[in-house]
Design a protein around this ligand. Structure first.
Ligand code: SAM
Length: 239
């Protein structure tokens, strides 16, 4: 398993990912705006439009962090569980929900690889900018499949690899030089942001990740690239 520029053992990756998000939790929302120029908001809006949450559905927002996806789904009237491995991220999320007057969300600590939920419980599973941080991704995909009912929908929003010529290089330069500096300036944490960039670089490209989703048992998989695949929405159905 890779972490930053080093190869590390799986347990060590999980521990360090924990450290990264504990370090950045309080600054996480500010950093997202700073690093994406606010674009993450549009990507998340589009993602939730694709999910089409409906009244009465049970939806699991895995790696839900500080609640960005859950807050966008809440007005639908769906019953939403926000699960994350990191209690500090959830803590910030609960405070934000209280400030915005959003109640009714269930917040729970969970590792995407080993879920405490019963088989076939949820109508939809979402994971936004979370799956690349998971140590054993195939295991997390199989768990997602297990907790979905038949006819359940699976959605991933994640950085990927843009196929637009030139744009990829420009983005690489931006991410390797500017992002760690922004991390230092705004969150006083250069290393965490170096890790985040490295984890994006190492994440499988669109065809490979779609294959992994199929291998976990999902059918009718689809990929929707944004900015040529800089970010992508992957989806599939449990049938
Ligand atoms: N979904 C939120 C959003 O889009 O703003 C948060 C994304 S944040 C970049 C990644 C989140 O993944 C962190 O909150 C982190 O704690 C969580 N995470 C990392 N590994 C995880 C795991 N194995 N199981 C559950 N959550 C995990």
């Amino acid at each position: 398993v890779s972490f930053g520029y080093q190869e590390v053992a799986p347990d060590e990756k999980t521990r360090r990912v924990g450290q990264v998000f504990s370090n950045v939790a309080s600054r996480y929302d500010l950093m997202n705006d700073a690093m994406s120029g606010g674009l993450h908001r549009l990507w998340k809006d589009l993602f939730v439009r694709r999910v089409k949450p409906r009244m009465g559905e049970h939806i699991l927002d895995m790696a839900g962090g500080t609640g960005d996806i859950a807050f966008r789904m809440a007005p639908s009237g769906a019953a939403i569980t926000v699960a994350d491995i990191n209690p500090q991220m959830l803590e910030v999320g609960m405070e934000r929900a209280a400030k915005r007057g959003i109640d009714g969300l269930v917040w729970t600590e969970a590792n995407a690889e080993t879920l405490q939920f019963p088989d076939r419980f949820f109508d939809a599973y979402t994971i936004a900018f979370g799956i690349r941080n998971v140590t054993d991704i195939p295991k997390a995909l199989r768990e997602a499949h297990r907790v979905l009912r038949r006819g359940g929908r699976f959605f991933v929003l994640e950085f990927s690899t843009t196929v637009w010529p030139g744009f990829g290089q420009a983005y690489d330069a931006y991410s390797h030089h500017l992002v760690p500096r922004l991390g230092k300036l705004l969150a006083n944490d250069e290393d965490s942001y170096r890790y985040l960039i490295e984890s994006i670089r190492r994440f499988p490209d669109m065809p490979k990740f779609e294959g992994m989703i199929r291998d976990a048992g999902f059918a009718q998989t689809k990929v929707e690239p944004l900015l040529g695949g800089l970010v992508a929405i992957h989806s599939g159905w449990k049938i």
